[in-house]
Design a binder for this molecule. Structure first.
Ligand code: PNS
Length: 167
């Protein structure tokens, strides 16, 4: 039987517990999961980690999970998915406010590659308010973000903020 491969794309700056929740749920449904870290606008000034750092961090976070592969990509997501043999595209849906943008993206992606199937998954209610941009902002302002990210990510964020304090 052909193995099922899903793709979970995003900016992941940083990876949050909401992402982790969706990743764990996806692993229950599919044989393999490709996490695609996009080269997007969040690399600008408001960004926290470079794309290479995010990839490294996610690889470390799932080092024990051989079914997870983390890769950076640029260009069209559907092209990247096709190259990786992933026909299932996972996106997390937290609230109604996410819906319009996600729906538009899903239909655009499907019109670009009709074979792709977009699957929306909701994280645990404890994580529905989480977003990377809020975690970045709270962390930058000295708030405690340890309950929003994995300990590994928290450690790396703390180092990053300490390093940028002197700037
Ligand atoms: O975590 P994000 O920032 O909401 O992820 C958005 C992402 C990376 C999935 C989206 O920007 C994307 O797919 N970028 C790749 C370029 C692309 O294919 N754009 C057309 C999407 S309809």
């Amino acid at each position: 039987m052909r193995e099922s491969v899903a793709i979970y794309p995003g900016s992941f700056d940083p990876l949050t517990l909401g992402h982790d929740d969706i990743i764990r749920r996806s692993l229950r449904l599919f044989d393999r999961l490709v996490i695609g870290v996009a080269h997007t606008a969040t690399q600008s000034k408001s960004g926290l980690f470079s794309v290479a750092e995010r990839v490294e961090l996610i690889r470390e976070a799932y080092a024990d999970e051989s079914r997870v592969e983390t890769v950076a990509f640029s260009g069209l997501l559907v092209e990247f998915a096709r190259e990786r043999g992933a026909r299932i595209l996972i996106r997390g849906l937290r609230a109604v406010s996410d819906f319009e943008y996600e729906f538009q993206m899903a239909l655009m992606n499907r019109s670009l590659w009709p074979e792709i199937e977009v699957l929306f998954m909701t994280p645990d209610t404890a994580h529905t308010f989480l977003s990377s941009s809020l975690v970045r902002q709270v962390g930058r302002l000295g708030g405690d973000v340890s309950k929003f990210v994995l300990p590994l990510v928290h450690g790396r964020m703390t180092e990053r903020f300490a390093a940028s304090d002197g700037e």
